[in-house]
Design a protein around this ligand. Structure first.
Ligand SMILES: O=P(O)(O)OC[C@H]1O[C@](O)(COP(=O)(O)O)[C@@H](O)[C@@H]1O
Ligand SMILES: [Mg+2]
Ligand SMILES: [Mg+2]
Length: 338
């Protein structure tokens, strides 16, 4: 293997995932350079004329990212690869022992405005077929991570023993680990939701948001803050760093009846990282990682973040709104639930 891309990789990355992670890290560093010297954001953002498997139009950078990761993984320890940009799973090395599902470029709508974008992936043990490798409960993944191309180029990884953050040092071209693991605050008063979808939400979500918006004058008795980056990787990173909650629930739009984000390579890796950082990820009713997708590009509702804050939203799903205020409002019986 060529020189490691990550400092302290021996201590942080399990041996069976080392080759895969080194290759992913190399692809991230390559992409970071490509984005930085891309010059004209319009060129990276150019529509290719093609649609991805979930019907969204692909941008030039989506395809560059997809090709960069494929090239980096070629001939390594990954047997099967699923990408947001390709319909089926590809067998890239029959001798490989791992299966990787990825969104090679997340937050495509931010490309043209030089906003935060990223890449996100889950790693499973490869089974005899691609279906058996991917169409299984998310909790069976053995690793997950994301790259965030923001003011810094970051790589955030978990292999089931906490969450570690690395920053790319542009001088050495290597990823340096942060001293401490990422841990999510148990409670926070900042939420992320695409409020333009208000009229499509169900009663539980609408009444939770309504109570947050009412601030200190409402049943919650305190003011909230909102944030929405439009790239799940960047919204996740903020929550891993300073707490909060993110919601992309199912809604009444045809395309979002089962949520907006794709389970295998958006919801599930986020859920894995969030749980490893001490947070909670749910579809509103069930633990996200207990879902088993039936198709590779299946969508799922996603609510995750600070444990007590997510628990509060779950209570809105469990109780009709009037009952809810009586039980959990400022003067309710269970005032201690945040
Ligand atoms: O702005 P919208 O359409 O509500 O959706 C936002 C969500 O869609 C996504 O951008 C989808 O990712 P892609 O850019 O990979 O298609 C999420 O990262 C993000 O949170
Ligand atoms: Mg995405
Ligand atoms: Mg994408």
């Amino acid at each position: 293997m060529s020189e490691s891309m990550l400092d302290d990789a021996d201590e942080i990355v399990p041996p069976e995932m080392r080759d895969c992670v080194e290759r992913l890290a190399r692809a991230v560093a390559t992409l970071s350079r490509h984005i930085a010297r891309g010059g004209d954001a319009e060129a990276l953002d150019a529509e290719t004329g093609g649609l991805n498997p979930t019907g969204e139009s692909s941008r030039a950078l989506d395809l560059v990212a997809d090709a960069t990761f494929r090239h980096a993984l070629d001939g390594g320890s990954v047997r099967y690869l699923v990408s947001e940009e390709a319909e089926g799973a590809d067998e890239i090395n029959p001798a490989g022992k791992l299966a990787v599902a990825m969104d090679p470029l997340d937050g495509s709508s931010n490309i043209g405005v030089n906003g935060p974008i990223g890449a996100i992936f889950s790693i499973f043990p490869a089974e005899a077929t691609a279906e058996a490798s991917f169409l299984r409960p998310g909790r069976e993944m053995t690793g997950a991570g994301y790259a965030l191309f923001g003011a810094q180029c970051l790589l955030v990884l978990s292999f089931g023993r906490g969450v570690r953050k690395f920053a790319l040092d542009p001088d050495s071209g290597r990823f340096r680990p942060a001293a401490r693991p990422l841990v999510i605050a148990q409670e926070a008063y900042e939420y992320a939701i695409n409020a333009a979808n208000d009229r499509h939400w169900d009663r539980s979500v609408r009444s939770w948001v309504k109570d947050c918006l009412a601030g200190r004058d409402g049943p919650r008795g305190r003011d909230f803050n909102t944030r929405w980056v439009g790239a799940i990787v960047a919204d996740t990173h903020r929550i891993l760093t300073r707490g909060g909650i993110y919601l992309y629930p199912a809604d009444t739009r045809q395309s979002c009846r089962n949520g907006r984000l794709r389970y295998l390579y958006e919801c599930a890796p986020v859920a894995f990282l969030v749980e490893q950082a001490g947070g909670v990820a749910t579809d509103g009713k069930e633990r996200l990682l207990d879902r088993t997708p039936r198709t590779l590009h299946e969508r799922a509702p996603l609510i995750f973040g600070s444990a007590r804050t997510v628990e509060r939203v779950r209570s809105y799903y469990r109780f009709p709104d009037s009952e809810h205020v009586a039980l959990f409002g400022t003067r309710g019986l269970f005032r201690s639930v945040p």
